[in-house]
Design a protein around this ligand. Sequence first.
Ligand SMILES: [Zn+2]
Length: 63
Amino acid sequence: MPIYEFKCKKCGNEFEKFVLSYSQIKDVKCPKCGGEVEKKVSACAVGGSSGSTASGGSCTAFG
Ligand SMILES: [Zn+2]
């Protein structure tokens, strides 16, 4: 099921949201404050390096 974990950049609120398509992820807002959120990286961890901020675009294995 396409449920992704998000974290609010503004208030730090963490929540899960059902997202039908990947393009909807960028439209997700924090339900508490309406702030910008970032998707928590989960399934894309490939190597053993624990990068705290994985904002690279190399993880697009969807579909
Ligand atoms: Zn928030």
